[in-house]
Design a protein around this ligand. Structure first.
Ligand code: BEZ
Length: 220
């Protein structure tokens, strides 16, 4: 069976976390939620990633986004590790819950298993997976990074800004887009509808094909 991916509904698992037991659908409620996994506690790259998430917590809160970390070890280990994460990352508090998965059941159901890495007891470990779940509880984006590469949290914020705009308007964001830059009008929108939907106006790129599919506008 293929693993959880874009468009799928997040399984409504009940997970043990540093903030107590959480049912995933209750936690998501009707917000965008980022669920991100880590290979293990007290490991170098993970310590920087969880700390960076703590440092970016205000940016996510401004966007109404919830965070849920996951690392394979148990809650007691997470609570000890959080002290290191906060100390290393200039005291930024880890205010989000971190789920435990000592039996590696959650990572299987959330498609977060590293295909190559195993721990010292031969169990599979989580990859650096990250799902953005929408208010409808469906997966909007999945990243899968190898254990050797820490993730770029600016990219996570940028994707959220794109997803949140695309959930409000019939637009998409072009390559290397950043907030404040022009977006493109979805191909499914006819020229007549585009005039009504985007009263601020739009510019059509002049292409050799003379087709009018690349239309730029600005939205908040
Ligand atoms: C790390 O966080 O540095 C790490 C964890 C597991 C495997 C490799 C690197």
């Amino acid at each position: 069976m293929p693993g959880l991916t874009i468009g799928d509904t997040l399984p409504d698992l009940e997970v043990e976390t540093t903030h107590g037991r959480i049912k995933l659908h209750d936690y998501v409620d009707n917000t965008f939620t980022i669920i991100f996994s880590h290979p293990g506690d007290f490991t170098p790259v993970c310590t920087t990633e969880l700390g960076m998430m703590a440092a970016y917590a205000d940016k996510f809160a401004e966007r109404g986004v919830k965070l849920l970390g996951l690392s394979a070890d148990d809650v007691q280990s997470h609570n000890q590790w959080i002290k290191d994460i906060e100390a290393y990352n200039n005291g930024h508090k880890v205010t989000y819950p971190i789920a435990a998965d000592p039996n590696r059941e959650i990572i299987k159901q959330l498609n977060m298993v590293d295909p190559d890495e195993k721990d010292s007891s031969g169990q599979q470990v989580p990859s650096r997976a990250l799902h953005i779940v929408g208010p409808d509880k469906r997966i909007k984006l999945s990243f899968l990074y190898p254990a050797s590469t820490g993730r770029n949290m600016d990219e996570v914020v940028r994707v959220l800004d794109s997803l949140q705009r695309a959930s409000k308007h019939k637009i998409a964001t072009p390559a290397n887009w950043k907030p404040g830059e022009a977006v493109v009008i979805s191909s499914s929108v006819s020229s007549d509808d585009a005039k009504e939907m985007f009263p601020q106006g739009y510019k059509t790129a002049d292409l050799p094909s003379k087709k009018d599919y690349l239309r730029f506008t600005n939205v908040d």
